[in-house]
Design a binder for this molecule. Structure first.
Ligand SMILES: Cc1cc2nc3c(=O)[nH]c(=O)nc-3n(C[C@H](O)[C@H](O)[C@H](O)COP(=O)(O)OP(=O)(O)OC[C@H]3O[C@@H](n4cnc5c(N)ncnc54)[C@H](O)[C@@H]3O)c2cc1C
Length: 408
């Protein structure tokens, strides 16, 4: 019982290890329904989360450390290019496999895993839409995480209405000259490869192209590091282009295809970010379960209180429902089904909203302790709040679902 005397932070880490050893309640077991192979790499990811991430997540948050070496270790396990093809260093796994891995990693540090999910999305975009030269040039060092990537769509004046972006790319001989800026770029300034959506044609989505820029390109610079509520283990900065010269050979796909590439990337990105929410919610349910058992009020453990029992049961039910939605969307995307994009939006909307509510309820169950930074639950709440905002806000997810329903 030495672990009960440990600091709350260390306890959170030890708790995850203990649940790993003893097994968790069958009703919320994330390995339920998986193949033996999926259970194997889920175990690898959970081990990594427990040993390499969970002990450091508070420090990474507090000191705003981007844990480059830890991510490179994760890449050695194949987590740098999970759904990238193997001939360029990827693991060649399915979208469902990817979701299982991100959910597991996120129990150890949601913010770091969420950045890794964006990096994986960028690597997949280059693998899927790049020509052979581009795939072989960029993907191997991204899959090994020797280099890190950022996805650059949002601008100061275009967020939800992403197709109105203004960053311009004017053709000049064998180059494009980029001018404009991107806002809120995850990894911005610390990463090496920038997948940038910019305007090569007229207004609207059809005028947008996608370019890959490398750090060090003349005319490429970065804004100040943003101060954030959560996601503190990864930097967020503006990315600025001032007469930035990009060779034509760095364009992914044809001119005008960029918006389509960006949205295709986001279908998977939405499942990935929802999976990160699942991991945070799963860890928070375990923390709440433990706290209710240990904490005594009115002469008995909180766990004896039927109101709190029912709330915990609701949290577990919502977690399992969210996981089913995410895995269903991942399968649809893997199969290339026509309904995949809308199912990804539904899953992102449902899972990120439900998981935030679960983490917040877990914090409530901790009472005043939940509000202290010594207790891990508050970090899960802070880290997943932004999942309702980015990769398309949850209002934009509702728009996508409604358009599909009403065919408008
Ligand atoms: C920490 C962080 C990291 C990020 N990382 C990246 C990144 O790596 N790359 C990247 O490209 N972007 C990134 N983003 C940007 C993110 O995708 C945008 O913030 C998001 O798309 C919303 O855009 P906005 O902030 O401009 O909000 P706005 O579009 O101004 O929206 C404001 C509010 O109005 C709502 N709204 C807007 N239009 C409608 C409508 N028609 N109907 C109903 N409601 C509406 C929105 O849902 C939102 O609630 C990041 C953001 C954050 C906070």
């Amino acid at each position: 019982m030495a672990w009960r005397a440990a600091s709350p932070r260390l306890r959170a880490h030890l708790l995850l290890s203990r649940h790993r050893r003893r097994g968790i309640a069958s009703c919320i077991d994330p390995s339920a329904g998986l193949t033996e192979e999926q259970k194997e790499f889920q175990k690898v990811a959970l081990d990594f989360a427990t040993k390499e991430m969970a002990p450091h997540m508070a420090e990474w948050d507090e000191k705003e450390i981007f844990p480059v070496e830890t991510m490179r270790k994760a890449a050695q396990l194949g987590f740098g290019g999970i759904y990238v093809r193997p001939d360029v260093g990827g693991s060649g796994l399915s979208r469902l496999d990817t979701s299982v891995i991100f959910e597991a990693l996120s129990t150890g540090c949601t913010s770091t895993t969420a950045y890794m999910s964006i990096h994986n999305m960028c690597a997949w975009m280059i693998d899927s839409f790049g020509n052979e030269e581009q795939r072989h040039k960029f993907c191997p060092s991204l899959c090994s995480m020797e280099k890190f990537a950022s996805y650059c769509l949002t601008e100061p004046g275009s967020g939800s209405d992403a197709a109105s972006l203004l960053t311009s790319a004017k053709r000049k001989g064998d180059t494009y000259i980029l001018n404009g800026s991107k806002a809120f770029i995850s990894g911005g300034g610390d990463t090496d490869v920038y997948v940038v959506m910019c305007r090569t044609g007229g207004p609207g989505p059809k005028g947008i192209s996608c370019m890959v820029l490398e750090k060090g390109t003349p005319g490429l610079s970065f804004g100040k590091k943003e101060k954030k509520v959560g996601w503190n283990s990864q930097p967020t900065r503006a990315v600025i282009f001032e007469d930035c010269v990009v060779p034509v050979e760095n364009r992914l796909g044809a001119e005008g295809q960029g918006f389509n590439i960006a949205m295709k990337g986001l279908n998977g990105g939405r499942i990935n970010i929802a999976s990160c929410s699942l991991g945070a919610a799963h860890a928070s349910v375990l923390l709440a379960q433990e706290h209710l058992t240990v904490r005594k009020q009115f002469g008995e453990p909180l766990a004896n209180n039927q109101y709190l029992q029912f709330r915990l049961a609701e949290m577990a039910t919502r977690l399992v429902a969210a996981r089913l939605m995410v895995r269903n969307a991942a399968r649809a995307l893997q199969e290339g089904r026509e309904d995949a994009a809308v199912l990804c939006s539904m899953a992102k909307l449902f899972a990120t909203d439900e998981c935030f509510a679960i983490c917040n309820q877990a914090l409530q169950m901790h009472g005043g302790y939940g509000y202290l930074k010594d207790y891990a639950v508050q970090q899960f709440v802070r880290d997943i709040r932004v999942h309702q905002i980015l990769e398309g806000t949850n209002e934009v997810m509702r728009m996508i679902v409604a358009r599909n329903l009403l065919q408008v």
